[in-house]
Design a protein around this ligand. Structure first.
Ligand code: FRU
Length: 600
């Protein structure tokens, strides 16, 4: 055996367990009882952890310095028999420590992860997965659920989110941070709030404290979140605070956290806002099957004012992620308050959904003024944890939601990332039959995001009309703007499909004043029995049907009747839909206007 071959073989055998670069080294020691020590003596930025989505969680903590200081525990599904993807474990905070020991418990020595650990200065996050939306916010890597701390300041929309930086399943809840100038293109800024001794960082909100009521400084950005700690005796949830003096880029946790505690087990998701008539802050948060309302003069001391929820709306699951805001009623001088209540399970088509109440609020208590019944903000299966941006400009009320459902989020067919948000929507109220309802329209910024438009000349449909290739070239990401004249048709269907026979069907059942979206043959649907579904919403009794459909590789948001009824559904076609098929069942209708706008 030649000398060079032997050296090459030795190097290969050691790689990547021991990477030599400027003296940096990575080695693994296996102890008894599935305990392991990973030794990192490195100036690298990351230790890349190989993950297998379905592996049990291992527990990882960093032991540093001569006092053996231990970091919080991270739960990582380290690969046992195959590597699905990598997650970056940042080492930058430990550079001064020299040699680091990472204690890994609960991972057998036979696992494939050990040979696949890597030290690196960079981490590849190319947006190459075919189901990654183009103009919707997604995490660059890892799991995402609720949007948190949405706020607007100085031309920038801030979106924090429930992030697991160490895997594409739920865990290690941390606030990730993304920003946007136009609500259609987002840039990840890193993670800003990490788990600590009080627990994981659950959902919450952000306010800008212009008047310095909290004493952190005028204009401080103050975040409220739930510290959630599982203990051997049960879960504990309390509200904590953190402030930022650099416009939300970095946060300092308040030294006297938690700021609000309760004996309730489910007590979370604080939404804070300034109540101008009373000149005080209000916090609304979910406490069991109610929304609890607190007030404060200084953001630090909170007083319970009231609770809302008994005998109100749907109670088929836990109440979570509230919001409370005032909206003008279209065409009048009247204003009403809207209380948003996300509920899981118990949605109209199973699992997670968003209900709301319309009424009055005096700074202390919310009164529902609607007749008995449930109002859904969105009739699709993938609209949850919906909340509004604080301090939106021009008196706007802008909302976005997590585009998913707890029924199947953990098994959606993506790997390096899991989770997406809906497009942002402008909210207003309209009156109908003596009651008040929300109108949700795509933010005008979505019109600005159009890059190219194909306009189709009007045509009549009496039977079937196929527009092959109409959607081609959009790479699965476009807006379809459609106006149809009902004429004497009693049922109209619009099918988005590909040549593999996968299709999602929008059906307007004029006779029954209802429209549906059927995704049961939409592409990949078998990953969960709860995924194939037909969702339904009311259809207005008007001569025309106006719809805007936003398709983005793995989602379809349909805004019908000018945003009076909306449906958001994920779809996973194995190749992008390239055609549209119009069909009239019983009678004929006109397509008066059809435009396909490319969105990038
Ligand atoms: C809603 C929710 C919140 C909680 C968060 C945890 O989806 O359950 O109530 O704060 O997710 O990630």
């Amino acid at each position: 055996m030649g000398k060079h071959f032997l050296y090459a073989w030795m190097l290969w055998a050691l790689f990547p367990l021991c990477l030599h670069a400027g003296g940096s080294c990575l080695s693994v020691i296996h102890l008894a009882s599935e305990r392991n020590i990973v030794r990192v003596d490195s100036m690298f930025n990351y230790l890349l952890l190989p993950v297998q989505d379905t592996a049990p969680e291992g527990m990882l903590s960093v032991v540093s310095g001569s006092n053996h200081a231990v970091s919080p525990v991270f739960r990582v599904r380290l690969a046992r028999d195959r590597v699905d993807y990598y997650v970056p474990f940042p080492l930058s905070g430990y550079k001064a420590c020299g040699c680091l020991s990472i204690d890994v418990q609960g991972v057998p020595s036979s696992s494939v992860c050990w040979a696949s650990l890597q030290l690196s200065d960079s981490f590849a996050v190319a947006r190459e997965e075919m189901f990654r939306p183009v103009y919707h916010h997604t995490p660059l890597y890892g799991w995402m659920n609720d949007p948190n701390g949405l706020f607007y300041k100085d031309g920038v929309w801030h979106l924090y989110f429930q992030h697991n930086p160490y895997g594409s399943t739920w865990g290690n809840m941390t606030w990730g941070h993304s920003i946007s100038a136009d609500l259609a293109h987002w840039a990840f800024q890193g993670d800003v709030l990490h788990p600590d001794a009080w627990g994981a960082v659950f959902s919450g909100s952000v306010v800008v404290d212009e008047k310095n009521t909290a004493g952190f400084g005028a204009g401080a950005v103050v975040a409220f979140y739930t510290s959630a700690l599982p203990t051997p005796w049960g879960d504990v949830q309390a509200q904590s605070m953190a402030y930022s003096l650099d416009d939300g880029k970095t946060f300092v946790k308040f030294a006297h956290n938690p700021v609000l505690t309760s004996g309730k087990r489910d007590f979370r998701d604080p939404k804070v806002f300034w109540y101008e008539p009373g000149k005080h802050w209000v916090m609304v948060l979910a406490g069991g099957q109610e929304m609890d309302i607190y007030s404060s003069m200084n953001l630090r001391d909170w007083k319970h004012e009231s609770s809302f929820g008994i005998m109100q709306g749907a109670h088929g699951g836990v109440w979570e992620c509230p919001d409370l805001f005032e909206l003008p009623v279209e065409g009048s001088k009247e204003k009403k308050w809207v209380l948003v209540c996300n509920i899981n399970p118990g949605g109209p088509f199973g699992g997670s959904a968003t209900q709301y109440f319309v009424g009055s609020f005096d700074g202390k208590a919310f009164v529902n003024e609607s007749p008995v019944g449930v109002k859904w903000m969105d009739y699709g299966k993938d609209h949850y944890a919906a909340v509004t941006f604080s301090h939106a400009p021009d008196g706007r009320t802008v909302l976005l939601a997590w585009m998913s459902n707890w029924q199947y989020q953990a098994v959606l067919p993506t790997l390096q990332y899991r989770g997406a948000n809906t497009i942002a929507r402008d909210l207003s109220l309209y009156e109908a039959d003596g009651d008040y309802f929300l109108r949700c329209v795509p933010v005008p910024e979505m019109r600005e995001a159009r890059t190219d438009t194909v306009q189709v000349a009007p045509f009549r449909v009496d039977g079937k009309r196929e527009l092959l290739g109409l959607l081609k070239g959009n790479d699965g990401a476009c807006e379809i703007e459609l106006v149809m004249e009902k004429k004497d048709a009693s049922k109209i269907s619009v099918t988005l499909c590909n040549q593999r026979g996968e299709s999602t069907v929008l059906c307007c059942d004029i006779a029954h004043a209802q429209w549906t979206v059927d995704r049961s043959q939409s592409g990949m649907t078998g990953f969960s029995p709860d995924f194939p579904a037909v969702t339904a919403a009311p259809l207005a009794d008007t001569p025309q049907i106006c719809v805007r459909l936003f398709m983005d590789r793995s989602s379809l948001e349909v805004f019908c009747d000018g945003g009076k009824s909306v449906m958001t559904n994920r779809i996973f076609p194995s190749e992008p839909y390239d055609r549209l098929v119009f069909e009239s069942l019983h009678g004929a209708f006109d397509v008066c206007s059809l435009a396909v706008h490319q969105l990038k």
